[in-house]
Design a protein around this ligand. Structure first.
Ligand code: AMP
Length: 291
């Protein structure tokens, strides 16, 4: 991994006496979650060397911290595993041309269960914020009907998300936590010229799998997240997303020699994934009714 991209020497954020993590004073806390904190690092130096004209470089440090409710040894092992798995899957995405932040470094050599993953900073809003703060208020003011809306930005974003999920699935991975907070929009200023530039983040629950069930659950998790987070979103958003997903997905086939091959969309595959999604929905409804 590109350790030369690390913004600062690792000693700078370590309490040397106790070998525990200590964020630098100039790091900004972006997000505090139940499992992790996300820090923004702005730095005019690469490895202590001034970069071009002191232009700031920005990266992210995702800190998975110790959980008090877990056995410390188990906690340290799990946190380290998650962090390494996230880095591995992000690397695989990059190889396959799926837009995710570049992994700059992983650091889990602390005496407690802390694990750090340094990532490229994505300059832009989450899809959640962009929908809630920009597109949906616009929609309300303009009173556009659903069909017209689906021809513009909203529809383009939906289609890009659908295509990215299909590329991810086709590459043999599922995300595991698809929500609009885990999808970001890069170069949002140029969205009307170049279309949306979708970036998937947070691969903490992602895994390597080609199972149709896991793919259907991935889609269902996003469907539910859309319904609960964006109740005013037109139904055409998810419909466009699904069409783009189904339109692109290729069937993964194990050939006779045991290697995995992809072949273009089979006519039978579309109903396969949609049928499985419907089954997952039915299970979800049953759980809601009967607990
Ligand atoms: P996560 O814990 O990975 O879901 O990240 C939590 C939040 O931190 C996201 O919703 C983003 O607002 C922000 N974030 C995470 N990764 C990045 C990144 N690579 N670039 C910019 N912001 C990020």
């Amino acid at each position: 991994m590109g350790t030369d991209l690390i913004p600062e020497s690792s000693e700078r954020h370590t309490n040397v006496a106790t070998n525990t993590f200590r964020p630098r004073h100039d790091w900004t806390l972006l997000k505090q979650g139940a499992e992790a904190r996300v820090w923004k690092i702005r730095d005019s130096k690469y490895n202590g060397v001034d970069n071009d004209n002191g232009v700031n470089t920005v990266s992210i440090c995702k800190e998975r911290f110790a959980k008090k409710y877990r056995h410390p040894v188990l906690d340290a092992r799990l946190t380290k595993q998650r962090c390494r798995m996230e880095a591995r899957l992000l690397g695989k995405c990059k190889e396959k041309g799926i837009n995710v932040p570049a992994v700059l470094q992983v650091d889990s050599n602390f005496s407690d269960a802390t694990s750090l993953i340094y990532l490229e900073f994505i300059d832009g809003p989450t899809v959640r914020d962009y929908l809630e703060e920009v597109l949906l208020p616009q929609l309300e003011v303009e009173g556009k009907n659903d069909t017209i809306v689906c021809q513009d930005a909203l529809c383009q974003i939906a289609e890009e998300i659908g295509k990215t999920i299909s590329n991810l699935h086709e590459a043999g991975m599922v995300h595991g936590d698809l929500t609009t907070s885990n999808i970001m929009l890069q170069n949002v200023a140029n969205i009307s010229i170049h279309g949306p530039n979708i970036v998937f983040i947070d691969f903490g629950l992602a895994k390597n799998t080609t199972a149709i069930e896991e793919r259907a659950v991935d889609l269902y998790v996003l469907e539910r997240a859309l319904q609960s987070t964006h109740p005013t979103l037109p139904p055409s958003f998810y419909e466009s997303l699904l069409s783009a997903y189904v339109g692109l997905i290729h069937q993964n086939d194990a050939s006779n020699d045991g290697t995995q091959k992809t072949k273009p969309l089979s006519k039978h595959f579309q109903p396969d994934i949609l049928l499985r999604l419907e089954k997952v929905r039915q299970r979800g409804r049953k759980r809601e009714c009967f607990g």
